[in-house]
Write a protein that binds this ligand. Structure first.
Ligand code: MRU
Length: 364
């Protein structure tokens, strides 16, 4: 997507440096910092410290990390070592395991001498595939937005609500939940997007930054405002992303998503999840029981980052000294609260049958 007039992906390969380039998302939306990732420790830190974040982007970054590992030591032992090191960086988004497994399977089938070049090509392939998947999610989600728009006058906006950042910054391009929004906006459909702040790390500010750069009208709201807005009839549809969706359609996403789904259900507001197929965990059914929920540092809750009047990025404490913070980073929305899953192959019910019908090749 564009920043100003320049098209960006959230990561790209620099041939001259022979290194991956990322946007350090910890500094956004205040400062735009490009960074090189040039060692295994850099890759691990980039994912664990959330310089890159969002399930699909974590997966693509891990593929480039495997390519880096192969450029250093293409042995079987190093494939396994890199797999284990990277797998430990963030536990919830299943795209990480998906990308690592795909790299491992491809690389173990090759001679050691072929692995470095093949791993880099595979990383490019995974990144390009992500862009294509998200574009197609956008086309399918657009049809849902068009149906709502058809019932309104042309200047009356379709009012969408989203949580966290499931935007292009969380993927390689387009985003998942934001892709239908960008497609609708590009087609001239009037939109108004409610953007949840998404404490503790305020990924909503990333969404606001993205939408603002693309000219999509939006309003930044506190996490607690969504239920009220739905009660007032001010939300036509909720679209969120997902970090892991089970084979029966339970959806794990950023903490607070479940509460939005409950409010949507109570107010009969359609609640859709934009779901790229690499985010489906076909090995599990019950998301509440079986998805590991990342518990992050309590400091993310007791402190908050922002920009001060002189333009410096600062962190301030919001709690009394010594207050203990609790920080589960994700929650699970049971499939009964999900109106539908917007995948690259179309929209389906959040159910085992719905997913199996669209993905017979993957679900078997
Ligand atoms: O902790 P984060 O910022 O990596 O969490 C991101 C989310 O929860 C996104 O909604 C999810 O990864 C989908 S991204 C297309």
């Amino acid at each position: 997507m564009k920043i100003g007039n320049k098209h960006y992906r959230s990561l790209w390969w620099d041939d001259q440096q022979g290194a991956l380039q990322i946007i350090d998302q910890r500094a956004l939306p205040y400062d735009f910092r490009e960074q090189s990732v040039a060692s295994m420790q850099d890759y691990v830190d980039a994912i664990a410290q959330m310089r890159v974040r969002g399930a699909p982007l974590i997966g693509a970054t891990a593929a480039y990390a495997m390519a880096y590992a192969m450029s250093q030591d293409p042995s079987d032992a190093n494939i396994q070592r890199a797999w284990e090191t990277l797998y430990a960086t963030r536990p919830t988004a299943v795209n990480l395991r998906w990308a690592l497994d795909r790299c491992k399977a491809r690389l173990l089938g090759l001679n050691a001498a072929e692995r470095a070049a093949a791993a880099l090509l595979l990383a490019h392939e995974i990144a390009d595939e992500d862009v294509d998947i998200n574009r197609r999610i956008g086309e399918h989600g657009l049809q849902l937005i068009e149906k709502i728009a058809a019932k309104k006058s042309p200047d009356e906006p379709v009012r969408l609500l989203t949580h966290c950042n499931a935007g292009w910054l969380a993927t390689v391009d387009w985003g998942t939940a934001t892709s239908p929004m960008y497609h609708a906006h590009n087609k001239g459909i009037a939109l108004q997007v409610w953007v949840d702040e998404t404490r503790p790390r305020n990924q909503g500010a990333l969404t606001a930054w993205e939408l603002g750069n693309h000219g999509v009208p939006h309003t930044y709201i506190t996490d607690n405002a969504g239920g009220h807005l739905m009660q007032q009839g001010l939300v036509d549809m909720v679209i969120v992303g997902t970090d892991r969706t089970t084979r029966r359609g339970d959806v794990c996403n950023k903490i607070g998503t479940y509460l939005k789904a409950l409010a949507a259900h109570d107010n009969k507001v359609p609640f859709y999840v934009a779901l790229p197929s690499p985010t489906i965990d076909w090995t599990i059914e019950d998301g509440v029981a079986d998805i590991p929920i990342e518990e992050r540092n309590e400091r993310e809750t007791t402190h908050i980052q922002g920009i001060d009047g002189s333009g410096d990025i600062n962190t301030v404490q919001v709690t009394p000294e010594g207050t203990v913070g609790g920080n589960p980073a994700f929650d699970v929305t049971p499939n009964r609260l999900v109106t539908g899953l917007i995948t690259e192959r179309g929209v389906c019910d959040a159910s085992a049958d719905g997913l199996a019908e669209l993905f017979p090749d993957l679900s078997a």
